[in-house]
Design a protein around this ligand. Structure first.
Ligand SMILES: [Zn+2]
Length: 215
């Protein structure tokens, strides 16, 4: 489903949404969903006239398996670059162990590790702003393109409103709330999370911040 003229929500990745952004015929994927969904993603992109080789870049919001699941596949098949925060980089490459329940999930759900992974060391990647939002994972990152915020697991959504991701999945709740309070959504019209449907920003955001700040 198109969110804006050049931002696509990949419907086949429901459960852990990945998004595609088309700029001058080059495609950037935001996350890659669960392992095993690469073929479905390729088929869905084709319905928009996008070929596998059009994918030039993958931006990963964080190291969780349901976000990095098909990154290695895409790199092998279209030679795209893959970027992630410096902190979460170590977890993808398994230099550091995942936290809590994710240690267990990581053992159950095997994921291919990309051969070449780059660390993000800037706050701007072409048209994308890079926003550090630790809490869900230590190096969680959001990306903003025009008025669209790709939120990863900074938030989820329900019935058109933002909600907190389930506590058990979060590395540090205090940091997560801090990241949410700091987030500037002044120029954001659409928030695109991985879990739940994209939402339009209105006074639901200030209500949400008020609620989480009370807890
Ligand atoms: Zn996550």
């Amino acid at each position: 489903m198109k969110i804006t003229e050049n931002v696509i929500k990949l419907d086949c990745t429901k459960g852990s949404y990945a998004y595609a952004v088309i700029i001058d015929e080059a495609v950037t994927l935001i996350d890659t969903s669960l392992p095993g969904r690469a073929n479905a993603i390729v088929s869905e992109l084709k319905t928009y006239g996008i070929n596998l080789l059009d994918i030039k870049r993958i931006l990963l919001t964080h190291h969780d398996i349901d976000h990095i699941g098909n990154a290695a596949y895409f790199q092998e098949n279209c030679d795209c670059e893959i970027l992630i925060s410096r902190i979460d980089y170590d977890y993808v490459l398994e230099h550091k162990k995942r936290h809590g329940i994710k240690k267990v999930l990581g053992a159950i759900m095997k994921v291919d590790i990309p051969k070449s992974l780059k660390q993000i060391n800037t706050d701007k990647i072409d048209c994308f702003s890079v926003i550090s939002t630790p809490g869900h994972t230590p190096g969680h990152t959001c990306f903003q393109y025009n008025d669209v915020l790709f939120a990863g697991d900074l938030i989820s959504s329900k019935n058109g409103n933002p909600i907190m991701p389930p506590s058990i999945m979060n590395w540090n709740k205090g940091e997560l709330i801090g990241s949410l309070q700091k987030l500037s959504i002044e120029n954001v019209k659409y928030i695109c999370p991985a879990h739940g449907e994209p939402i339009m920003v209105n006074n639901n955001w200030s209500e949400f911040i008020k609620t989480i700040s009370k807890k």
